[in-house]
Ligand binder design. Structure first.
Ligand code: GUN
Ligand code: ZN
Length: 449
């Protein structure tokens, strides 16, 4: 099945902080995206592609025109908790108290599979509405929380990564597993879900304080047994947490070393936050090709600190963006970019609009080791993309009218944008929200209207 999309196109070919800017992205004012069987077949200038394409089009080829909007790869959220959807915006605490007061009570409800199924559906609606097409997702300690999530994601044909939380100490008894049951449950989930359709599994120790050394070792054992599953955890988020980790693991050189000693670092390991990392920790993340999820709305909300993006760049560590809902305050990657920019301002650094949109798309795909499948419009990749309306509000329409460059338009999108700007989300080329912009090509029509 052939589908053609016409509109302004932007996608990244590499990191604008590493490449000459002009080589890092492709921007086409009037472009065509040709999708065959859910995969990108071609991308290019409409004026160049149309003359060769039109005579070859099958009669039932679908053509969708999005004038005055930007087609870009779907956003990638590299760290989020689906069970925390209903507890977003819980008042007044920093990390450790926030976990005790709000998070554990919310996650306790997921012993009920019906609750899990309901929230999984709601969560995926929220993600797609915000233009996020792939995410790395925490479940709860309950095995069934992951079944519920993967069932919803599978039905929607989404590329998603999720895992059951491992925690066997310093947490409520009824939310605790053991090193052994955590291992057995995770193994069963990997066998059932990893590599099924577009779903992948992440071994998910919550964070060092709630995991005993035997449990971390068991997590390492799983990664050895299944080398292509992910590892997803938290690292160096708050100062209080770091002190606690030093008390709990006096034999470790630093926070990262707690994980390193159990074999948890690597290309498919994603560490959320990393707000207070030493040079040694950055070196070790870099040499093991491990990844960081930068979660600005969460870091500001919990008062955790300001992520040092320049330090990560200097060490060549792959960084993606995470919303970290429910400590994060929005499902929207555009809103996340807004606060990312402000955290860097407070550090005296500039986050450029190109780097922002790179992080939101290809950068996230690289951090998740999925850049052979998603993240840009290279032929052969999966056609998960979104359509951004530059002028979703009267204020944005006025502000955009003043913009003189693509950089300026992207910056305004990232400062004023949110779910309202996501006109459409496409999964494997299929629009999941109706836009009335699609028609069937027939030989009497041109596709210039
Ligand atoms: N550290 C351990 N658990 C959590 C969590 O659920 N959210 C955040 N932000 N940090 C954590
Ligand atoms: Zn988190």
């Amino acid at each position: 099945m052939l589908k053609i999309f016409r509109g302004e196109i932007l996608h990244f070919l590499g990191d604008p902080a590493k490449l000459p800017l002009a080589q890092s992205y492709q921007h086409i004012e009037d472009g065509l995206l040709v999708v065959k069987d859910g995969l990108i077949e071609q991308v290019g200038e409409a004026a160049l592609l149309l003359p060769t394409l039109l005579p070859t089009l099958p009669k039932d080829a679908q053509v969708t025109h999005y004038p005055n909007a930007l087609l870009t790869p779907g956003f990638v959220d590299t760290h989020i908790h689906y069970p925390q959807s209903e507890m977003i915006a819980s008042y007044g605490e920093q990390l450790l108290q926030w976990l005790e007061n709000y998070t554990y009570p919310a996650e306790r409800q997921f012993s009920d599979p019906e609750k899990a199924a309901d929230i999984a559906e709601f969560f995926l609606d929220q993600l797609l509405e915000a233009g996020t097409t792939t995410a790395l997702v925490f479940g709860t300690v309950h095995k069934t929380s992951v079944d519920a999530f993967f069932n919803s994601a599978q039905k929607r044909k989404l590329r998603m990564i999720c895992g059951k939380v491992l925690m066997d100490q310093n947490c409520p008894d009824d939310l605790s597993d053991t090193a052994e049951t955590g291992f057995v449950d995770s193994k069963a989930l990997i066998e059932q879900w990893h590599g099924k359709d577009r779903l992948q599994y992440a071994v998910t120790p919550r964070f060092a304080p709630t995991c005993s050394r035997p449990q971390l070792d068991k997590a390492g054992e799983l990664l050895k047994l299944y080398p292509d599953v992910y590892m997803h955890t938290h690292l160096s988020e708050s100062k209080q947490e770091i002190e606690w980790v030093q008390e709990l693991f006096p034999e470790s050189k630093n926070y990262l070393d707690v994980y390193d000693q159990s074999g948890l670092l690597g290309r498919r390991s994603i560490f959320a936050h990393g707000v207070h990392l030493s040079e040694h920790e950055c070196q070790r993340l870099s040499e093991t090709d491990s990844n960081i999820a930068f979660c600005p709305t969460s870091n500001l909300f919990l008062g955790s600190g300001l992520f040092n993006l320049k330090q990560a760049e200097a060490h060549d560590i792959n960084v993606g963006l995470g919303t970290d809902v429910g400590a994060g305050t929005s499902f929207s990657i555009l809103r996340t970019l807004n606060e990312a920019y402000k955290t860097q301002q407070l550090r005296g650094e500039k986050l450029t609009p190109f780097k922002s949109f790179y992080l939101a798309t290809l950068g996230g795909a690289v951090a998740l080791d999925l850049d052979d499948k998603i993240g840009n419009f290279e032929p052969g990749k999966e056609a998960d993309f979104i359509v951004l309306d530059y002028k979703a509000t009267p204020l944005m329409a006025r502000r955009m009218a003043q913009c003189k460059s693509l950089a300026e338009k992207l910056f305004v999108l990232s400062m004023l944008g949110d779910e309202r700007n996501v006109l459409a989300t496409h999964i494997m080329g299929e629009a999941i929200n109706n836009t009335n912009n699609t028609f069937n090509y027939n030989t009497n029509n041109t596709i210039n209207d």
